[in-house]
Design a protein around this ligand. Structure first.
Ligand code: ADP
Ligand code: MG
Length: 525
């Protein structure tokens, strides 16, 4: 990203001494055009009837998605102003996890409106001031739209479902996925707040998306060290070791001078008994599941299998850490130090094979609240898009639960925002009023796009929505199955977290005003 400096109040981009320079209106309009173009690229994906994009990179990798942030990031955008719109989507994704298309589309339209204002000789600083004032009014309007009822499971489910409607959920209904998502978030709710990070998503190709389920624990890419070990252990006592269970590599140096069969047998016996010693030590410790970051000799595995002990060898360091934090086990570096106090506990540990992949499920760990949404789908594209949709849904449900504030979706909040801004614009003096009104016009892009993407006439829809907003208060363009109707989104379960709308307004305003203020671009050759 270019380095940014402020000179005389105007930000400008400085890239290199030996550079190409664009100034004044040319710089402004080229930046505005680039920003608009980027927003335009995601417009058709907005809403429940939004279309997907197929993105193919130079290596032929294909991503099919409906997710604004993903599209913009895959597009490999170079223009610095366009890049700023990508950052809008990124910060939206990071802060609240959803509303990326909305934010990008609003930012693009704020730029489009600014372009018209500049043509009418409204100065960039006036536009910036007007946009900032309008965005303050917009935030007030959002707060006025916040629901009065408590955010309960039903509303959370609606929030999750609204965020997934129109996403490729692989034949699985957004409804049933939303239930899983709410269950997951409820699991990680504590007095201190919602520990969103304690919900993990693990994808596994090979079954229909209907097999997607909530695992009350963690899922790891690990397999048992021996086929005849139990595939599941209930009420497991778990040892986590950094110990090699076999003839220690160091011992090999102690070469045997073998010149008779007897000596060979003695050597083999010595090794056998060493190995058996490890196995017995483990078995006697009382652990019934063992994870070790080191090798386990086949003979040890076989002996432990016979004892009904489930062993995982060569586990990754981060998996070892996850097991420790889920089960409360203490990692042990030498077998002789292993005692019962080091054991972790879990309701159930099971190993399962999925074609090429082997997974270990650790459920009901004694120490952690971590849960995993185990996402299934027939192909990589399906599980990838499902993972993104579920990630968004987890974020919005967590956001809504944490703040307790939701607003009507389906364009209703945007209609209310634009209406309030227009009302208050009347009291604003001079040309700034033009900029404030232009902001309201830019917000109309959301209901207009929802209309266009459902095959409606955007102008007619806007007129009808405004009329319904006037008479009924809340009015959105609700899509249910094949039908599109104007109604109260709260009554149809189309709800978004208030914070998603706030963030979209704030980040779009910030990017658009920043781009508008630039009147000098100095670019390296
Ligand atoms: P974003 O990346 O901005 O979240 P989406 O494609 O997810 O874009 O679309 C979100 C918009 O779709 C929100 O304004 C939301 O209220 C709206 N929406 C969700 N479900 C429905 C529905 N059933 N009818 C109409 N609008 C809906
Ligand atoms: Mg969304």
């Amino acid at each position: 990203m270019a380095q940014q400096r402020r000179m005389g109040g105007q930000p400008m981009f400085i890239m290199s001494e030996d550079s190409q320079r664009t100034q004044g209106r040319d710089a402004q309009s080229s930046n505005i055009m680039a920003g608009k173009a980027v927003a335009e690229a995601v417009r058709t994906t907005l809403g429940p009837r939004g279309m997907d994009k197929m993105l193919v990179d130079s290596g032929g990798e294909v991503v099919i998605t409906n997710d604004g942030a993903t599209i913009l990031n895959e597009m490999d955008i170079e223009h610095p102003a366009a890049q700023m719109i990508v950052e809008v989507a990124d910060s939206q994704e990071e802060e609240v996890g959803d509303g990326t298309t909305t934010a990008a589309v609003i930012a693009g339209n704020l730029l489009g409106e600014a372009e018209d204002l500049i043509e009418q000789d409204v100065h960039a600083t006036t536009i910036v001031e007007g946009y900032h004032e309008a965005s303050e009014i917009a935030l007030e309007a959002i707060t006025e739209q916040v629901n009065e009822a408590d955010v309960d499971d039903e509303i959370l489910k609606q929030v999750g479902k609204s965020s997934m409607t129109g996403k490729g959920t692989g034949g699985l209904t957004a409804e049933s996925l939303a239930e899983t998502v709410v269950e997951a978030i409820r699991h990680v709710e504590t007095d201190a707040g919602v520990a969103r990070d304690n919900v993990t998503v693990h994808t596994q190709i090979g079954a229909s998306s209907n097999a997607t389920e909530l695992v009350p624990g963690i899922v790891l890419d690990e397999e048992p060290s021996h086929d005849s070990m139990p595939q599941a252990v209930e009420d497991a006592s778990i040892a986590v070791l950094d110990v090699e269970l076999g003839v220690r590599t160091g011992d090999i140096d102690a070469e045997y001078a073998i010149d008779s069969i007897d000596q060979l047998n003695t050597a083999i016996d010595a090794e056998e008994s060493e190995v058996r010693g490890y196995a017995e030590e483990v078995a006697e410790s009382g652990a019934d599941v063992v994870f070790t970051t080191e090798d386990v000799d086949d003979r040890v595995s076989s002996y432990l299998a016979g004892e009904g002990i489930l062993v995982f060898e060569n586990i990754g360091n981060s998996d070892a850490r996850d097991i420790v934090s889920a089960t409360g086990a203490r990692r042990v570096g030498a077998l002789e130090d292993l005692e019962e106090a080091d054991f972790g506990a879990a309701d159930r540990i099971r190993a399962e094979n999925f074609g090429d992949d082997d997974l270990a499920f650790i459920e009901g760990g004694a120490a952690a609240e971590t849960v995993t949404v185990f996402v299934r789908g027939g192909t990589e594209h399906v599980v990838d898009e499902l993972e993104r949709a579920i990630g968004d849904a987890l974020d919005v449900v967590a956001t809504a639960l944490a703040s307790g504030e939701v607003v009507p979706g389906a364009g209703a909040t945007e209609i209310a925002i634009a209406d309030k801004i227009r009302e208050e614009a009347a009291g604003i003096e001079g040309r700034k009023q033009l900029a404030v009104t232009a902001f309201a016009d830019a917000i109309d892009i959301v209901p207009r796009t929802l209309a266009a993407n459902t095959g409606q006439d955007p102008i007619d829809a806007l007129v009808d929505l405004r009329a319904a907003h006037e008479s009924e208060g809340r009015a959105g363009l609700i899509t249910t199955g094949e039908d599109v109707t104007i109604a109260d989104p709260f009554e149809h379960g189309v709800v978004d977290p208030a914070d998603v709308k706030r963030e979209a307004i704030e980040s779009a305003t910030e990017a658009a005003t920043m781009i508008v203020r630039i009147d000098d671009v100095i670019a390296a050759e």
